[in-house]
Design a protein around this ligand. Structure first.
Ligand code: ADE
Length: 244
């Protein structure tokens, strides 16, 4: 799907730890204060004639922790599109996977078919589906095949854990890559008709013996390296690949 004419790529990344390997690898520079009072942080650079922008959610001044979740992702994505008009958005991050669906820690998944929410419960016909979202993403078949990535339906909620209600919605929608931003990013991308691809490295297996938080902490650094390798491969081998 990625085309030669795509000259502006924007990565939307929640946490600084997820962004750091990407910032270093693409040689991006921090553009301090670009979004005024908004917490979102911009990093930018040129890579092989492509303008690469990376926006992180920034930090909560109260706790000193990175903003994770849908509200901050919505803000970052809106600002990124309004300021930089990217040809494509890549939402890069970490996610939980499911052993029952063949996921392994460190796998990299690409978004597939559509992107949904799994923790919105509005049991009224019509509103229910609107809450779940079903936002489009680009066709990732070729990138997955050539790059050796898995594909999965990304599903987003505001919690690291999973309730039985969340699980029921995932069964309904087919959700298989569980994160906390993808659907929010995809919603804004859809509003502005900007193509979006999610790239998610698996830090934890939902429902495994070890608590999710522990798995996440243990595997974050390894997963962010895999995430960086995958994003680099996608930009280098697919976006920059000259069509024969
Ligand atoms: N990010 C990484 N692991 C996650 C999980 N299990 N749920 C939601 N977001 C995540």
């Amino acid at each position: 799907y990625l085309k030669n004419h795509m000259k502006k790529i924007c990565f939307i990344v929640a946490m600084a730890a997820e962004a750091k390997p990407l910032i270093q690898h693409f040689g991006l520079m921090h553009q301090g204060g670009r979004f005024g009072q908004a917490p979102s942080q911009v990093y930018q650079g040129n890579y092989k004639n492509i303008e690469i922008t990376l926006v992180t959610n920034g930090k909560d001044a109260d706790t000193g922790f990175d903003y994770i979740g849908c509200e901050a992702a919505t803000l970052s994505t809106h600002l990124a599109i309004a300021y930089y008009h990217p040809d494509i958005i890549i939402n890069a991050g970490t996610a939980g996977g499911f052993a029952s669906k063949g996921a392994k820690i460190g796998d990299v998944y690409l978004s597939h078919k559509y992107i949904v929410f799994h923790d919105r419960r509005v049991d009224i016909p019509g509103w229910n589906r609107m809450g779940q979202g079903y936002f489009p993403c680009i066709d990732s078949d070729e990138i997955a095949r050539l790059g050796g990535f898995k594909q999965g339906i990304c599903t987003t909620g505001s919690s690291l854990d999973m309730t039985e209600d969340d699980a029921e919605q995932m069964r309904q929608t087919g959700g298989e890559v569980k994160d906390m931003e993808a659907a929010a990013v995809a919603w804004v991308a859809q509003l502005y008709k900007t193509p979006i691809l999610c790239v998610k490295a698996i830090t934890d297996l939902v429902g495994a013996d070890r608590p999710t938080a522990q798995q996440f902490d243990d595997n974050l650094s390894m997963a962010t390296q895999k995430l960086k390798d995958a994003c680099f491969k996608i930009v280098d081998e697919h976006l920059l690949r000259k069509k024969k």
